[in-house]
Design a protein around this ligand. Structure first.
Ligand code: NAD
Length: 492
């Protein structure tokens, strides 16, 4: 079993508490790593290291091109360590090795993309409406950025923050989920190997209340980049607001995946399956509400039950596995509770609806792919995020009917539309209140395009060119070229 240390100022250190907590492999149920149990003292140490690094010439005086070169070196190191990083992460959160390997390859791509962007952030010379003055605009880093991430895609969701924040010249203190700290600690080692100066990247581990909250409250933090649930997101937003810290919040969803009768139904079934049973439903962008046009509803549900019912469920380390375990015991219990809520609320369970035990499932906590029909949009199963392989199917009649149901949620992360009608694709995409709309595909993301939520799904965007602006602030500089004889007592 590996005992990890935290990464502060390019050094490996134990928690000030001198304590560790256990990381459990979801499939085997075994404790496979020990993680330092951080607290406020460790937060202070990491923030001070990041603050000092901001003003240290080794980082401050790098050109943007040089920062890009460091990020590129880090990307290459990630590429040569994909297998090891993916295996580490897979052991921590039980996600399919096939999916995690792809995600880690993408981590390298994210670093490459923002490495290229680092020296393409340009200011402007303003044709100012005053004589004898030269005015220009420049963009500067915010300072120390705190990144706080969840367990479902630890490295991927960290790099969404890390790549633009470092490209922009900030320094960072990163706190991964208490359930999945190991892959980020391994990545931290690569930042040192790539040549990032001490204090630029710091990783502290521990629980939300012990480490996350002191980090959010810390006066020397300029911005919090958070991915997680809406409850923690709301709390972080409230704390940040009290001393004007900037935030980006990537929160939960209850996304609608909408199937019209003119769609290629075979493809739509695959999209519906990917939407809710990919990663065993433990994704923020899960298409957990399936809206099906009434005249194809019964046929589509039948097709869906067949595909989902034949899913290969079991050991996530095997390449043929399609549905893996639930990552944590708390999440497992929560999903089972929602299944009961759906049943008691009058929904009809047409597939699954129970936990799975047996030799194929190791010591893991598995939930059978579950489908509920007869759902109305006011039911809790249609309104609340389950974060598991549980699908709520809702029939609709017209486009506007589908839009009314799809938009009737406090969330707005994503939506899917399945149709062969181009006009309908545009009509729906324009009117869906969600940060991402997929037409005839589902669950695609890329470093080249923004991702983020409307409404209670969050604030700000990650990915794409503009995301680097989430880590920059703007300065307007006025330089007198010809002193004027203005009245010093009156605003010029
Ligand atoms: P969570 O909110 O419980 O925890 C996320 C992180 O926040 C963890 O590191 C945790 O320790 C920390 N934390 C918890 N309370 C805190 C507090 N008061 N102050 C500071 N930090 C605190 O979420 P989770 O269970 O780890 O992840 C699942 C959630 O994440 C789901 O709701 C899911 O939709 C969301 N998610 C969103 C996206 C997205 O991009 N929008 C992506 C993945 C996951």
């Amino acid at each position: 079993m590996k005992r990890y240390q935290m990464f502060i100022n390019n050094e490996w250190v134990d928690a000030a508490s001198g304590q560790w907590f256990e990381s459990i492999e979801p499939y085997s149920g075994e404790v496979w790593a020990e993680i330092p149990k951080g607290g406020a003292e460790d937060v202070e140490k990491a923030v001070q290291a990041a603050k000092a690094a901001l003003d240290a010439p080794a980082w401050r005086d790098l050109t943007a091109t040089q920062r890009g070169a460091l990020l590129r070196r880090l990307a290459d190191l990630v590429s040569t360590n994909v297998a090891r990083l993916a295996e580490t992460e897979q052991r921590d959160n039980g996600k399919l090795i096939a999916e995690v390997s792809g995600q880690v390859q993408n981590v390298a791509q994210w670093f490459h993309y923002y490495a290229g962007l680092a020296d393409k952030v340009q200011g402007a010379v303003v044709p100012i409406n005053k004589p004898g003055v030269f005015n220009y605009i420049k963009h500067e880093p915010l300072g120390v950025v705190a990144a706080i991430t969840p367990w479902n895609s630890p490295l991927a969701l960290t790099v969404w923050k890390m790549a633009p924040a470092l490209a922009a010249g900030n320094t960072m203190v990163i706190k991964p989920s208490e359930y999945t700290s190991t892959s980020l600690l391994e990545l931290a080692a690569l930042t040192k190997e790539a040549g990032f100066p001490p204090g630029v990247v710091n990783v502290i581990t521990g629980f939300g209340t012990d480490v996350g909250e002191p980090l959010v409250r810390h006066q020397d933090i300029a911005k919090i980049a958070f991915t997680g649930g809406d409850i923690a997101g709301q709390r972080i937003n409230e704390i940040a607001a009290s001393d004007f810290k900037k935030v980006t919040l990537e929160l939960g969803g209850k996304s609608a995946n909408i199937v019209f009768d003119d769609a290629d139904l075979d493809q739509a079934v695959k999209g519906a399956v990917a939407g809710i049973f990919g990663a065993a439903g433990q994704t923020c962008m899960a298409g957990s509400r399936l809206l099906v046009q009434r005249n194809v509803h019964d046929l589509f549900v039948e097709m869906l039950i067949k595909v989902a019912g034949e899913a290969v469920i079991g050991d996530p380390a095997r390449h043929e596995t399609q549905v893996g375990p639930i990552a944590t015991e708390a999440q497992f219990r929560k999903i089972l509770a929602y299944i009961e809520i759906a049943k008691n609320g009058g929904a009809r369970c047409v597939l699954g609806g129970h936990a799975l035990t047996g030799a194929a499932y190791g010591q893991g906590q598995f939930i059978a792919p579950t489908i509920f029909t007869g759902v109305t949009n006011d039911m809790r199963i249609a309104q609340e995020e389950v974060f598991g392989p549980v699908l709520a199917v809702i029939p609709f009649d017209t486009e506007d009917d589908a839009l009314r149901i799809a938009n009737d949620t406090m969330f707005g992360l994503a939506a899917g539309v399945w149709t062969s009608d181009l006009h309908r694709a545009f009509y729906m995409s324009d009117r869906l209140k969600a940060g991402t709309v997929w037409v005839n595909n589902y669950r695609a993301t890329s470093f080249t395009t923004p991702f983020g939520g409307y409404k209670r799904s969050g604030i700000g965007r990650e990915g794409g060119v503009d995301a680097i602006k989430e880590y920059l602030q703007t300065k307007s500089v006025w330089i007198t070229t010809k002193p004027a004889k203005a009245n010093a007592f009156v605003l010029g």
